[in-house]
Design a protein around this ligand. Structure first.
Ligand code: FE2
Length: 362
C-alpha cells in the first residue's frame, strides 16, 4: 500500500489528494522509496483511490498483494461508511474516490441512489457474483457475504424450538433475549428482510415481540451478545456468523468456553432461509482512475482474495466454488439463504428504522 491516511487527514489534505489523481510527485517519490518498487523516473505510477469502511487484516493483505501483482498502488482512505459516502457526495465532481468499499447492502443502495456509483459493465466481473448479492444494474456488488442468524445457548435452548426468526418473538422467549441496538445497520437490514418476507404490519409485530422479550437493554456488539448467552444473561440473540466463528476458531480457552456454550441456528428453506448481507464495492461515478478501479474490483473477486476473506475474517466468499481452509465458514456457506436480492433491502430500511423507533427496542 502506498499511503494510508485517516479520514481526518484526508479532510486536512483534501486539496492535495483531490488535485493529484495519482500524479502528485512528492507523494510518489516518498512511497517509491518506502515500498522499494522500482519505477523509471518518467513512468507515471498507476494508482487507485480506495475509500473503505472496512478495517480488517484481510483487506490489508489483499491490498498489498494487489499492488504486488498489478503494480497499481492504493491510496487508502478509511472511515465509517456513512462518513465516506457523505464525503464523496459533498466533494461531487472533485472527489478523488475511485472505489467505495463498505459493509451492508442498504448503505451501498443509498450511495447508488445518491448517484455516487457508475455501473460495472464488465460481464466477466458481474458473472462472478451471484445475482442476489449485487445490484441488478451493476452499480455495486458484494465481494463477501455474511449470514445474520440465531445464536443460542446449547444448555438452555432445545434446538427443536427454533423455527425461524419469527419464533423468538413468541411468549416462550419472554425475558430471554439479548439484542444489539436497533440503530445498528445489521439489525435494520434484518428487519428490512422481515418486511419483505412478512409485510410491514407483521414485521412490526415481530419487532415489538422481540423487543418485549429482551432480558436486558441492548448494549455492545454481536460478540457481546454471544458472550452474554454463554454467561447466562440471556438465551438467544441475532448475530453475524463470523463473530461466532472467530470465537470458535480461537485458541484462547476463554473464547473456546464461550463457543462451546453457544451454537448458531440458521433458519432453513421452510422458514425462508438465512438472512444474508454483504461487504460490497462500487466504482465511483467520477472515478479519476476507472481502469485501475475495475482491476481492483476484479482482484477482490480473485480466488486469492476470496480465500483470504474466508480464512482471515471468516467471511463467506461471494464467488461460489471457492476453496479455502476454514471448515466452519464452509459449513455456513452451505446454509440455505433467503434468495431476496440485497438491493431490495435498501428500499425498506427507512421503514425498518421507523418501526424500530416505535418499538421498545432501543
Ligand atoms: Fe461486523
Amino acid at each position: 500500500m502506498r499511503l494510508e491516511i485517516s479520514f481526518a487527514a484526508l479532510v486536512a489534505s483534501g486539496a492535495i489528494l483531490a488535485g493529484c489523481g495519482g500524479s502528485d510527485t512528492t507523494v510518489e517519490t516518498a512511497s517509491t522509496a518506502e515500498t522499494g518498487v522500482t519505477t523509471t523516473a518518467e513512468a507515471e505510477p498507476r494508482v487507485v483511490n480506495v475509500y473503505s469502511a472496512r478495517h480488517y487484516d484481510s483487506d490489508r493483505i489483499i491490498y498489498e498483494r494487489f499492488t504486488e501483482e498489478t503494480g497499481i498502488e492504493i491510496n487508502l482512505v478509511e472511515a465509517n461508511g456513512d462518513l465516506l459516502i457523505e464525503r464523496v457526495r459533498a466533494d461531487g465532481e472533485r472527489s478523488p474516490a475511485d472505489v467505495i468499499v463498505t459493509v451492508d447492502a442498504a448503505r451501498l443502495h443509498r450511495a447508488e441512489q445518491a448517484g455516487l456509483f457508475q455501473p460495472i459493465e464488465d460481464q466477466d466481473i458481474l458473472a462472478m457474483v451471484p445475482g442476489e448479492l449485487r445490484d441488478p444494474e451493476g452499480y455495486w456488488l458484494g465481494f463477501t457475504a455474511r449470514a445474520r442468524v440465531i445464536a443460542y445457548s446449547t444448555e438452555r435452548v432445545d434446538q427443536a424450538s427454533l423455527t425461524g426468526y419469527e419464533a423468538l418473538a413468541s411468549e416462550e422467549w419472554d425475558n430471554r433475549l439479548c439484542m444489539r441496538s436497533s440503530d445498528n445497520a445489521y439489525n435494520q437490514s434484518l428487519l428490512a428482510s422481515r418486511i419483505i418476507a412478512l409485510g410491514e404490519d407483521a414485521a412490526e409485530e415481530w419487532a415489538n415481540g422481540i423487543a418485549a422479550n429482551l432480558a436486558v437493554p441492548p448494549s455492545g456488539g454481536d460478540t457481546d451478545q454471544i458472550r452474554a448467552i454463554a454467561a447466562g444473561t440471556c438465551d438467544a440473540s441475532f448475530v453475524n456468523h463470523y463473530y461466532y466463528v472467530r470465537l470458535a476458531n480461537s485458541d484462547a480457552p476463554e473464547d473456546q468456553a464461550v463457543a462451546n456454550a453457544v451454537a448458531l441456528y440458521a433458519p432453513g428453506q421452510e422458514y425462508g432461509g438465512a438472512h444474508v448481507n454483504v461487504s460490497g464495492v462500487g466504482i465511483a461515478a467520477g472515478a479519476p482512475n476507472p481502469e485501475e478501479a475495475r482491476e481492483f474490483v476484479r482482484f477482490l473477486l480473485s480466488e486469492e482474495a476470496q480465500r483470504v476473506y474466508a480464512e482471515v475474517t471468516n467471511e463467506i466468499p461471494a464467488r461460489t466454488g471457492m476453496t479455502y481452509d476454514n471448515p466452519r465458514v464452509a459449513e455456513v456457506a452451505n446454509w440455505y439463504r433467503d434468495p431476496v436480492n440485497l438491493g431490495e433491502l435498501g428500499d425498506h430500511t427507512e421503514t425498518a428504522v421507523r418501526i424500530f423507533d416505535r418499538a421498545e427496542w432501543p
